[in-house]
Write a protein that binds this ligand. Structure first.
Ligand code: ADP
Length: 459
């Protein structure tokens, strides 16, 4: 500031001194003029310096706001001169940059939220396969640490399965930039089916290519596909056997069978196979309605004993024919259960039918109802309805699969006895519809006990 003052003050002071020396101006007036000039110069220099300081502070504040990515303080500059206009333009540019940063941050947060919530594993790599980004699901799929930084790591090394490594390596090596998609069955880190796609994306400058890998877990879908294929294969087999018997015996009868006894036997076989087909269709319809949720329950309060009595009455004749003793052991004062009478009937007819089929002559079947043991933390009391036989029993390894459609311990034997292999699958569905549970205990040579537990106040 001193230099500015000197620069502004010295030239007029020199001129006044010359005028005083040459007598153009009297010395008194000369001194007065010099002092007045010095004062005025000092005041205007101070004003200029203050204005420069103010502007410097405002520019400094703008720079600080930019560094901190926050909105600058809006001090409106005086834009009557060039500096003021430049300052205003800088303020507007700062506003625009901050708004842009805000929008980009919002976009980034949105993208991160989308990536986080995706059920697919997403990995972005650079042109040589180095990791740029991977989402949480990718960390889970490849059994990576939840918080480690994998940026820059070779993605091929991170995906441990050789078939995946091959796919990733060949995608990043391909120069044609096409989207590729395959289904891969991996063993590592756990056995899964993945639908994988690799798409080239432009990154930064136009020449820079990155790769977007998306891994969709289709294990469940594949399981359903296999189940459906197995079901169709089983069904075809189940239908073909009685159909070919029907066709064969009908054809033989058509050609003429002389012996009336033989003809009668053939007709008996035809009737038996037709009944079997009808049973199969009925069971399939029941199961399909249950599985598709079409079975509406007509709930009513029923005493457990009466359910067992009704079923036993219907099965008694069959039991007698099979030489099996059927007995009921159920207190009459048990609380009622809210169930669909017809569906419960279906459950116990199926269970008693099985017990009769797989219990040799002279055996016993006991139908029993009791209050369930709910001391194990379950607050709702249950009624346990039990069908126990002392028949041939079931090998332990078969028990977990008995409720699968068409699963039988001895396929030929079940068919011979008129079974469809769907009975226990239907029973399980009906019990589940009533919010109950079914348990099977069995020992080969000792017998089988099936327990159906139903909540006393079922829905
Ligand atoms: P199925 O029509 O063959 O009886 P289910 O679904 O009712 O079909 O039963 C499946 C299989 O479970 C039967 O084939 C049989 O091997 C076995 N099983 C069911 N109940 C009994 C039982 N009480 N004793 C022995 N085996 C049984």
């Amino acid at each position: 500031m001193a230099a500015a003052m000197a620069a502004g003050f010295l030239p007029p002071a020199l001129a006044l001194a010359v005028m005083m020396a040459t007598g153009v101006l009297s010395p008194e007036w000369g001194f007065i003029a010099i002092i007045a000039g010095a004062l005025a110069g000092g005041l205007s220099a101070t004003a200029i310096a203050n204005s420069i300081n103010g502007r410097a502070e405002r520019i400094e504040a703008l720079s600080a706001a930019l560094r901190a990515h926050r909105q600058p303080l809006h001090v409106i500059p005086d834009d009557s001169d060039a500096m003021g206009r430049a300052e205003r333009s800088l303020l507007q540019s700062t506003d625009a940059v901050i708004a842009e940063i805000g929008a980009l941050t919002e976009q980034r947060d949105e993208l991160e939220a989308i990536l986080r919530s995706m059920t697919e594993a997403v990995v972005v790599t650079g042109a040589r396969g180095e990791v740029v980004l991977l989402n949480g699901q990718a960390r889970k799929t490849f059994a990576l640490s939840a918080d480690a930084n994998y940026q820059g790591r070779d993605f091929v090394e991170l995906c441990r399965d050789p078939r995946l490594q091959e796919f990733v390596a060949s995608s990043t090596a391909s120069a044609n930039g096409e989207i590729t998609a395959v289904e891969v069955r991996i063993q590592n880190p756990s056995p899964r089916y993945l639908a994988v796609s690799a798409a080239p994306v432009k990154r930064g400058s136009a020449s820079e290519i990155a790769w977007l890998f998306v891994f969709h877990d289709i294990t469940q879908l594949k399981t359903y596909e296999t189940m459906r294929a197995d079901f169709i294969a089983n069904l075809t087999h189940e239908i073909r056997t009685p159909l070919s018997a029907l066709y064969g015996y009908a054809e033989t009868l058509q050609q003429g069978v002389e012996d009336p006894e033989t003809a009668k036997r053939f007709l008996g076989i035809i009737e038996k196979q037709a009944k079997r087909l009808a049973r199969l269709v009925d069971d399939l319809l029941s199961l399909s309605n249950l599985e598709r949720g079409l079975a509406q329950l007509k709930l009513e309060e029923i005493a457990p004993r009466s359910i067992l009595e009704d079923a036993a009455e219907l099965m008694r004749e069959q039991a007698e024919r099979g030489g099996v003793h059927l007995e009921i052991d159920s207190p009459a004062d048990l609380p009622p259960i809210r169930v669909d009478r017809d569906k419960m009937h279906q459950v116990f007819l199926n269970l008693i039918d099985n017990a009769i089929k797989y219990t040799p002559r002279g055996g016993r079947i006991r139908l029993h109802a009791r209050l369930g043991n709910h001391s194990g933390g379950s607050p709702a009391p249950t009624i346990e309805m039990i069908v126990a036989d002392n028949g041939e029993g079931i090998p332990a390894s078969d028990i977990p699969r008995l409720t699968e459609r068409f699963y039988r311990v001895d396929r030929a034997r079940s068919r011979e006895l008129g079974g469809t292999g769907l009975g226990l699958a239907i029973v399980k569905h009906i019990v589940q519809l009533h919010h109950g549970a079914m348990g099977i205990e069995s020992r080969v040579g000792e017998g089988t006990t099936v327990t159906v537990s139903l909540p006393v106040t079922a829905a």
